[in-house]
Design a binder for this molecule. Structure first.
Ligand SMILES: *Cc1c(COP(=O)(O)O)cnc(C)c1O
Length: 358
C-alpha cells in the first residue's frame, strides 16, 4: 500500500529524545527555547512560541490579540475544522468567505463584502502548502485595521513573493505527524511583535508572569522538551523534505492525465503538504476506489466544508452558500506526495491514474 503520509523519523530524532530523557528536564525547558529560536530563524520572524498543537497555536494567537465574544474573524470554510474551532473557543464568530477555485485559498476579492463593524481579524489558511494571495489580503487588513493570523499549519517553509508563511501577520503552525515536519504533537506561533510574543507566553502558562501570581485566565499549552527535541531535528530536514515534495509534485503534474493538477501561481513556493487534484464530472469516488484496489492511498481534504458541518448548522445556525468551496469539496482528491515515496511508487501512481483516465 502506498500511504498518504509517512513521518520521516531517523536516528537523529531517536538520539535527541534519549538525550532529553537522560537530562532530567523533560517538560518545557532548554530544547523548547532552542526549537523556538530555530523556528523563528527559519521563518525570518523575531519570535516563535511553541505550544501543544496547531489548534492551540491558533487559539493563543487569537487570544493574544484580544479576540473574544462579539468579535468576528474572517476565514475559509475549506480547511480542517481546527481553523474555525480555534475562533469559536475564544467566543468570537468565524465568518466564512469563499475560495478561489484555482488555488483553494480565500478569494481576496470576496473579503471586503464580509467585513462588518465587528470584524477584528482575517485568518487566511494556506491550504495544501500554498500560501494565500497575501498582498491584497494585507491591503484590506491595513485599510480596516484588522489583525492577520495566518493558519500556516500546512505550509512550513512556503513562500509568497520571497517571504515565508507566518511572516505577514502572525503565523500558527502544526507539528502533527502528517505535516511537513513533526514533533509528535505540537504547534508554533510566529510574530515580530514583542508585546504579542510576551502575551502568548503568558497565555500558554496559566496567565502567569510572576510565579504563582495570575493576572488573567491562561492555559497549559506548554510543549515538552521531548517533543521539541524531535522538532529541532525535523526542522533541520525541512528544506530537504520540501524539496522532495516539490520534485514529487512536479513529476506527478508532468505525467498525470485526466485530472486537474494543482496550481503554483507565479511568485509562490508551494510546499505540497498535499498534492491535490480536481476530478471533474462526478468521477472522484470512482478514481479513489480504483486507486484503493491497486494499493494506492488517496484522501479527500475536505469532504464537508465547515459551514456545512452538522454542529455548525445545528448549534451555530450557519446558513451560507459558498459555491466554489462546495464544488471543491465534491471534486478534490489528494494523492501521495510525501518524501518517503520512491520513484517506483511515483511511477505506479501515474500509471494507475492514467489507466483510469483512459
Ligand atoms: C493540522 C491543521 C490544524 C490543526 O493542527 P493540530 O496540530 O492538528 O492541532 C489547523 N489548521 C490546518 C489547516 C491544519 O491542517
Amino acid at each position: 500500500m502506498i500511504s498518504m503520509a509517512k513521518p520521516q523519523i531517523g536516528e537523529e530524532e531517536k538520539k535527541a529524545v534519549l538525550e532529553v530523557l537522560d537530562s532530567g528536564i523533560i517538560a518545557q525547558g532548554p530544547r523548547v527555547k532552542a526549537f523556538e529560536e530555530a523556528f523563528a530563524e527559519m521563518c525570518g520572524t523575531r519570535f516563535a512560541i511553541a505550544t501543544t498543537s496547531g489548534t492551540t497555536a491558533l487559539n493563543v494567537a487569537l487570544l493574544a490579540n484580544g479576540i473574544g465574544p462579539g468579535d468576528e474573524v474572517i476565514t475559509s470554510a475549506f480547511t480542517f475544522i481546527a481553523s474555525a474551532n480555534s475562533i469559536l473557543y475564544t467566543g468570537a464568530k468565524p465568518v466564512f468567505v469563499d475560495i478561489d477555485a484555482r488555488t483553494y485559498n480565500l478569494d481576496p476579492q470576496k473579503i471586503k463584502a464580509a467585513i462588518t463593524p465587528r470584524t477584528k481579524a482575517i485568518m487566511p489558511v494556506h491550504l495544501y502548502g500554498l500560501m494565500c494571495d497575501m498582498d491584497p489580503i494585507m491591503a484590506i487588513a491595513k485599510e480596516h485595521d484588522l489583525v492577520v493570523i495566518e493558519d500556516a499549519c500546512q505550509s512550513h517553509g512556503a513562500e509568497y513573493k520571497g517571504a515565508k508563511a507566518g511572516t505577514f501577520g502572525m503565523g500558527a503552525f502544526s507539528l502533527y505527524p502528517t505535516k511537513n515536519i513533526t514533533s509528535g504533537e505540537g504547534g508554533m506561533i510566529t510574530t515580530d511583535d514583542p508585546v504579542v510574543d510576551e502575551k502568548c507566553r503568558v497565555i500558554r502558562q496559566h496567565g502567569m508572569r510572576r510565579r504563582y501570581y495570575h493576572d488573567e485566565l491562561g492555559y497549559n499549552f506548554r510543549m515538552t522538551d521531548v517533543h521539541a527535541a524531535i522538532g529541532l531535528e525535523q526542522l533541520k530536514k525541512l528544506g530537504k523534505f520540501n524539496q522532495v515534495r516539490r520534485s514529487n509534485a512536479a513529476f506527478l503534474s508532468k505525467n498525470l492525465k485526466g485530472v486537474v493538477s494543482p496550481l503554483e501561481p507565479e511568485g509562490n513556493v508551494h510546499v505540497y503538504h498535499q498534492y491535490t487534484v480536481r476530478v471533474p464530472d462526478g468521477r472522484r469516488e470512482e478514481l479513489k476506489s480504483f486507486l484503493q484496489e491497486q494499493g494506492i492511498g488517496s484522501e479527500v481534504y475536505y469532504p464537508v466544508p465547515i459551514h456545512q458541518q452538522s454542529f455548525y448548522v445545528a448549534d451555530y445556525g450557519y446558513d451560507v452558500q459558498l459555491p466554489e468551496t462546495e464544488q471543491a469539496a465534491q471534486e478534490v482528491l489528494s494523492l501521495p506526495v510525501h518524501p518517503g515515496l520512491t520513484q517506483d511508487d511515483l511511477d505506479r501512481i501515474v500509471a494507475t491514474v492514467n489507466e483510469w483516465a483512459e
